[in-house]
Design a binder for this molecule. Structure first.
Ligand code: FAD
Length: 288
């Protein structure tokens, strides 16, 4: 299938992208890696008249450490995240999740900002952004603002971004000493999307869990924090028995999204298994 005809615009700057969005309104779409938007256009589920390419905007990609944060530009490709020594050292969960997305072509083109803005219910990085308490920066005609990951994913493929806003960068707070994170995924064998994905971030002091953020993807209509798991971990020993007991709560209160691939009971059991694996590796990295 071929997409419907469109006009291509290459934005020169973030401000230029926002101005073009304002100019073309409902007829415009931002284009980053194109790994979700172009398939939708080829199937004619999306027919934007104007495509505004943001991937080559200077300053919209790159990774830096700043004021206790790891700051990643929206147009940074997954392959860059996966290969970055800084990300591997500071937030290994982020680099290992990026390394598991799709195939090399998808990882070379797909971007962090595109993944979060698209908010696919089986996307990997939305769960990582939740577990790492990311702050998501946006620029629009009303200026710049920041949305916490907890408030960003609203519903199925719907985020807190307004249609005239550009996601500019993602700020990941660097965790304190004694912290560790891990991402575990059971991929769809064809697409590599997560049938179940679990991102876990723990802080351990004196052998006990003092902070925990755990998020799942692939199970519901949007990525969700596993609040029951987090509550079960709080103040408990970071040992195998406590981690396994907490993982049992992986889908507590969670309404599964319909999925033809496998029975619900099996998906819930996979969620428990992959949560236990993510917690175990996170605790090990935390030194627990
Ligand atoms: C074969 C295949 C396998 C895949 N496997 C996986 C997988 O295993 N895991 C996974 O997580 N994903 C997977 N994906 C999806 C991939 O991660 C997409 O790249 C991602 O969903 C979108 O990122 P993108 O940069 O390509 O954005 P695009 O496709 O260019 O854009 C997606 C949407 O986000 C909007 N957008 C993009 N950038 C911005 C911005 N800066 N500000 C505001 N809005 C923006 C666009 O307007 C569009 O609506 C796969 C895709 C394919 C084709």
């Amino acid at each position: 299938m071929y997409p419907a005809p469109f006009e291509y615009h290459r934005a020169a700057s973030a401000q230029d992208a926002v101005a073009l969005l304002g100019k073309y309104g409902d007829e415009a779409k931002l284009l980053a890696g194109g790994q979700s938007l172009l398939p939708l256009m080829k199937l004619r589920f999306a027919q934007p008249r104007h495509l505004i390419d943001v991937r080559r905007i200077q300053g919209l990609s790159g990774i830096r450490e700043e004021k206790g944060m790891l700051v990643v530009g929206a147009a940074t490709p997954y392959a860059t995240l996966a290969a970055s020594a800084l990300v591997q050292a500071k937030l290994p969960m982020l680099s290992e999740a990026a390394a598991q997305i799709g195939d090399p072509q998808v990882r070379n083109m797909g971007t962090l900002g595109g993944s979060l803005a698209h908010a696919d219910p089986a996307g990997d990085l939305p769960a990582v952004a939740l577990a790492l308490a990311a702050e998501i920066a946006a620029l629009g005609p009303r200026g710049a603002r920041t949305v916490h990951a907890d408030d960003f994913f609203v519903e199925l493929m719907t985020t807190a971004l307004a249609p005239d806003e550009l996601l500019t960068e993602v700020r990941f707070p660097l965790p304190p000493a004694g912290s560790g994170g891990a991402y575990e995924k059971y991929p769809n064998p064809a697409s590599r999307y997560a049938l179940v994905g679990v991102a876990a971030q723990l802080t351990v002091a004196g052998g006990k869990v003092t902070a925990a953020r755990v998020a799942t993807t692939g199970l519901a209509t949007k990525p969700l924090r596993a609040l029951a798991v987090e509550a079960a971990l709080q103040g408990k020993a970071a040992d195998a028995a406590s981690l396994a007991a907490a993982a049992e709560k992986a889908t507590d209160g969670l309404k599964l999204r319909a999925a033809a691939q496998m029975p619900d009971a099996y998906r819930r059991s996979l969620a428990v298994t992959f949560t236990a694996r993510a917690l175990t590796r996170a605790a090990k990295r935390a030194g627990g």
